[in-house]
Unconditional design. Structure first.
Length: 239
């Protein structure tokens, strides 16, 4: 995990300024619509099982952003996207794990937007496009997932499929904006697509990030061919 940790720790310096708030779209929060986290103080969601005891005691105490939540809700409604405010949802590990590395002081306001159960790529790219104005308001938008997520395939059987899909994903994201979007909408036709994502919950946050930065080039900020021994995975920054 050291290369991933290094890339996450480098994000604040790459951004160059402390964001006013961070909006994260995690593969670990799904709803019927694009729910928006709205509480000023979030609980924790330990959405895993069988882990060491300390992993159920982790706290990430970043303040919420209820005023921003209302702004997000308004943007989504204007875009014709279904949404509602959620005052009870807490931070899941798709959020608190990377945030602990990126901003260990937990001093930047933080909120999440849920992905939809449908996993429709077009709707999630539309989500990102609706959220795009926030970038000019000092808000950092982060898609938190994994470019390879087959829980039964983290072994030798995942080596070739993960490398094939990673190569396709890199080429797709480096394409022109129009071609990039077209390729992502049709991602299931990519080499080893379903071998890498039997369920695409961890791929869909990328669609939102691409939508939010539509028209801007992608930069691969993390690439590792030895995740859990032999899995290939990558992360990208836009703008």
């Amino acid at each position: 995990m050291a290369p991933l940790e290094k890339s996450l720790a480098a994000m604040p310096a790459e951004i160059g300024t402390t964001p006013k708030a961070i909006l994260m779209i995690s593969g670990h929060w799904e709803e019927d619509d694009f729910a928006v986290m709205a509480s000023a103080h979030q609980p924790m969601v330990y959405d895993y099982g069988g882990f060491p005891a300390f992993t159920y005691e982790i706290k990430y105490s970043s303040p919420g952003a209820p005023a921003l939540a209302k702004r997000v809700e308004e943007l989504l409604k204007v875009a014709g996207l279904p949404t509602h405010l959620d005052a009870t949802r807490g931070y899941d590990h798709g959020v608190f794990a990377p945030m602990q590395v990126m901003y260990p002081k937990a001093d930047v306001p933080l909120l999440q937007v849920a992905i939809r159960h449908t996993y429709d790529p077009a709707q999630h790219i539309a989500l990102g496009k609706a959220l795009a104005p926030l970038r000019d308001e000092g808000i950092l938008i982060v898609g938190s997932g994994l470019s390879y997520h087959n829980m039964r395939g983290f072994g030798p059987q995942g080596k070739v499929p993960s490398a094939q899909f990673d190569a396709w994903l890199n080429a797709a994201l480096m394409a022109t904006p129009e071609k990039r979007e077209a390729l992502l909408l049709d991602w299931e036709k990519a080499p080893s697509a379903r071998a890498c994502h039997p369920q695409e919950d961890h791929l869909i946050p990328l669609m939102a990030a691409v939508g939010a930065a539509w028209g801007e080039p992608a930069i691969r900020v993390y690439h590792d061919e030895k995740v859990f021994g032999q899995i290939t995975a990558s992360s990208y920054r836009f703008g």
